[in-house]
Design a protein around this ligand. Structure first.
Ligand SMILES: O=P(O)(O)OC[C@H]1O[C@H](OP(=O)(O)OP(=O)(O)O)[C@H](O)[C@@H]1O
Ligand SMILES: O=c1cc[nH]c(=O)[nH]1
Ligand SMILES: [Mg+2]
Length: 213
């Protein structure tokens, strides 16, 4: 199966690419890794929200009355896949502070690489809202497919997935399971290794964000 590039958006802005390179370097400290992830997420938020609906409101400038566009941030639901999704969530919330937030706790079983759910908490109104799922890594795709399965059962209007790094295997799995979900990533890396880690990748995102291991 090949990749559908119509629903895969690689954010190739030089600032995004520069910061991603700094994050990949193995000697990057926990604090700089976390800061870069935050900055990168803010930049990528521009792309993933590009087609957000706006409505016109009447305002008074110092000189006259005009109709001007506004978004309704509350219509957006950000869903963070714990743990590592939290790093992206904070950056996106900086630019869409009114968004509602849900969390899904998932970890990969190291042997089977299947996603195991341990937490699920969503805002009360997800039906007919636009959802952006966030997690830095799309490796086998098992975690994001499990997350989309859960969120879809709540009837949102749309779901997008925002990550930092994607492997071809994970993109294909997500596109096969949920062809309607657009994927936004800073890079499409080469492949997975035998432990399901992305190559060349950046290592274990959760461990690098939180300084565990
Ligand atoms: O596409 P997949 O093969 O499912 O892998 C990607 C998942 O692996 C990582 O989480 P991990 O399981 O390490 O949990 P953590 O965020 O708690 O470290 C990452 O943050 C994704 O959620
Ligand atoms: O390379 C990988 C794959 C899964 N999860 C990570 O944090 N990194
Ligand atoms: Mg991890």
């Amino acid at each position: 199966m090949s990749i559908n590039h119509d629903t895969l958006h690689i954010v190739d802005h030089p600032l995004v690419q520069h910061k991603l390179t700094l994050m990949r370097v193995k000697t990057a400290s926990t604090s700089s890794f976390r800061r870069l992830l935050h900055e990168l997420s803010t930049l990528m938020a521009y792309e993933v929200t590009r087609d957000m609906p706006v409505h016109m409101v009447q305002i008074e400038t110092p000189l006259e009355t005009m109709q001007a566009p506004m978004i309704d941030g509350k219509k957006l639901v950000l869903v963070s896949i714990l743990r590592a999704g939290g790093g992206i969530l904070e950056g996106v919330l900086d630019v869409v502070p009114g968004a509602r937030v849900g969390h899904i706790g998932l970890y990969r079983d190291p042997k089977t690489l299947q996603a195991v759910e341990y937490y699920f908490k969503m805002p009360s109104e997800v039906a007919e809202r636009d959802v952006i799922l966030v997690d830095p890594m799309l490796a086998t795709g098992n975690s994001v497919v499990a997350a989309v399965d859960r969120v879809k059962s709540l009837g949102p209007r749309s779901i997008k997935f925002l990550c930092l790094l994607a492997a071809p295997e994970g993109v294909q799995l997500l596109q096969k399971a949920h062809p309607d979900v657009h994927i936004y990533t800073a890079a499409l890396d080469r492949e997975l290794n035998e432990h399901g880690y992305i190559l060349p990748g950046l290592g274990d995102a959760g461990d690098r964000i939180f300084g565990t291991k």
